[in-house]
Design a protein around this ligand. Structure first.
Ligand code: GLC
Ligand code: CA
Length: 553
């Protein structure tokens, strides 16, 4: 692998940082985050080491689904700033070497979008066919309803016209009909517009919903994704589509397109994420190890995106009922922590009981697992949640910059947590000055991750390990090897591993100053602290570890 290649396919070892402009930093003292505030914090993000920002929806919206209900795809919600502010932000991000992607929410619009207002005004309005209508919708499968606390059907009767419209999510979010070529053209125009303003791609919301239930049926719904990808490649070859595709592995694989990756560039790995939580709950490596073994290899230029938490509920829908209950029991036993019967509305540190060692281990795992790590703002400081907030809003709290909050000079629009997770206890300013803080740990992990392209690019192998609580995996690329071990339990563990092809090699721990030698029988013994982790670079004893990296080639 050559360095030029690693930057051409930049997404393969990117560090993606998801944030909502509204909750990140208020630049005009009205209590609501905005682009001016975000722009002030660009140096913080660059200093953290992240390489790509993912902005949650920032478009005009009645805000009934936190901005995922859009009324205009071509502008900025006035509460967050102006297009001028957006362009200044993009320029500043680019200046600091940060790429920016944004949520592309085109499965549906708000019911207040002018297109839907037109569409529902009469059956023969030209916009009617931009949405999906039925006189006699198929009966719903209640298990499929996404927000069962608010909805009980995918169809809503539009009284005036007497027909039902499709809504995969809330009833105020009618589904767009990508069976209509005009809609497909318009979506392409939206992509083109934001790419022209400098975006490097999109996080595509609700992908499986987008291409199903369209009218007329597309010969192959995947052709639409392939068309979008082709369009983007013509405009800007290095742009990406990162898909929200919560389906089993074999089905997820189809969203990358054919062998060359002709549809989505990356898919979130919802399976490994859920099994990781099961592993954490049990302090056992096997659930996660099995996911990594089962996970299909994506096409050459594509990549899985790894995450532990995001802005939604921690969904556990792909676990069995018993497994889900285990995670609930361990990390969210009280009913107000649970949501939709399938998930938890908490952030990671509270779920792990505020145990810093365990929290650090969980993030070491995230950054070293094969795939591109995606973090949700505030994870780097261990932000908590506000269970008083409604539903999924619990985790979407203002960023905590300083002991007094630092998010806004005004009273923030959204409440911050109290107690152990209040800004006085958890904030950026304090953690910057504390060498043992979670923030410093993130910086170290990100730096090492970027220095070890083997993790992102290499051949991955989960190793047999004689200890049930320890996950050991290795990544090999161009003759270079990084070995990673994690102890998921709260007791120390001494493990022994067989490392094929590494007899007589030296293993240098990249997170501490330890060194281990592999025997002539290819075996090595490694001690691990409770919740300890080691990232180890293999080198011949007479070669400095830095020179054993693929980067030197
Ligand atoms: C996706 C988003 C979620 C949103 C939904 C409807 O699942 O992640 O936040 O509510 O789509 O747009
Ligand atoms: Ca503001």
């Amino acid at each position: 692998m050559r360095l030029t290649q690693t930057s051409d396919l930049w997404w393969k070892n990117a560090v993606v940082y998801c944030l909502d402009v509204e909750t990140f930093k208020d630049g005009n003292d009205d209590g609501i985050g905005d682009f001016r505030g975000l722009t002030q914090q660009i140096d913080y993000l660059a200093g953290l080491g992240v390489t790509c920002l993912w902005l949650m929806p920032f478009f005009p919206t009645p805000n009934r689904d936190d901005g995922y209900d859009i009324t205009d795809f071509y502008s900025i919600d006035p509460r967050l700033g102006t297009l001028g502010d957006f362009v200044e932000f993009m320029r500043t991000a680019k200046d600091r070497g940060l790429r920016v992607i944004a949520d592309l929410v085109v499965n549906h619009t708000s019911d207040q979008h002018p297109w839907f207002k037109q569409a529902r005004s009469s059956k023969d309005n030209p916009f009617r066919d931009w949405y999906v209508w039925s006189d006699t919708p198929e009966p719903d499968d209640p298990k499929q309803v996404v927000f069962p606390d608010k909805e009980n059907s995918f169809w809503e009767l539009d009284k005036d016209s007497g027909q039902y419209y499709l809504h995969s999510f809330y009833k105020h979010q009618p589904d767009l009909n990508v069976g209509n070529p005009q809609v497909r053209d318009e979506i392409t125009r939206i992509l083109g517009f934001w790419m022209e303003l400098g975006l490097s791609g999109f996080r595509v919301d609700a992908v499986p919903f987008l291409i199903q239930n369209v009218s007329p049926k597309l010969p192959d719904p995947h052709d639409f994704l392939a068309d979008l990808r082709a369009f983007m490649s013509r405009r800007e070859g290095s742009s990406i589509l990162l898909g929200e595709v919560n389906v089993p592995y074999d089905e997820a694989l189809t969203y990358f397109g054919d062998g060359n990756g002709t549809e989505l560039t990356m898919c979130f790995d919802f399976i490994a994420m859920q099994r990781a939580w099961l592993s954490l709950a049990r302090s056992e490596a096997e659930p996660l190890a099995s996911a990594l073994r089962e996970r299909p290899k994506p096409p050459k230029d594509c990549q899985w995106a790894m995450f532990l938490r995001n802005h939604d509920e921690l969904t556990l829908d792909k676990l069995t009922d018993e497994e889900r209950q285990e995670v609930f029991d361990a990390f969210g036993p009280s009913p107000d922590m649970q949501i939709y019967g399938r998930g938890l509305r908490r952030r990671l540190p509270t779920m792990l009981g505020g145990d810093l060692r365990r929290i650090k281990m969980a993030y070491s795992l995230l950054f070293s697992l094969p795939g591109t790590p995606v973090i949700f703002y505030g994870e780097e400081i261990g932000l908590g949640e506000n269970l008083e907030a409604e539903g999924r809003m619990a985790v979407r709290i203002p960023m905590q910059w300083a002991p007094e909050g630092g998010f806004s000079k005004a009273e923030p629009d959204r409440e911050m947590p109290g107690g152990a997770y209040a800004p006085e206890r958890i904030n950026v300013a304090a953690q910057k000055r504390d060498g043992d803080s979670l923030l410093r740990w993130f910086q170290l992990l990100i730096e090492r991750y970027r220095e070890c392209p083997e993790l992102a690019w290499g051949e991955k192998r989960v190793l047999d390990c004689d200890h049930p609580a320890v996950l050991a995996h290795r990544c090999d690329a161009d003759g270079a090897t990084v070995l990673v071990v994690h102890n998921l339990s709260d007791t120390a563990a001494d493990i022994e591993l067989t490392l094929e092809g590494l007899a007589h090699c030296r293993l240098t721990d990249l997170l501490t100053d330890a060194v281990f030698d592999v025997g002539e029988d290819e075996r090595v013994e490694l001690p691990l602290d409770p919740h300890g982790s080691r990232w180890l670079r293999a080198s011949a004893p007479d070669v400095p570890p830095e020179d054993a990296s693929v980067k030197s080639q």
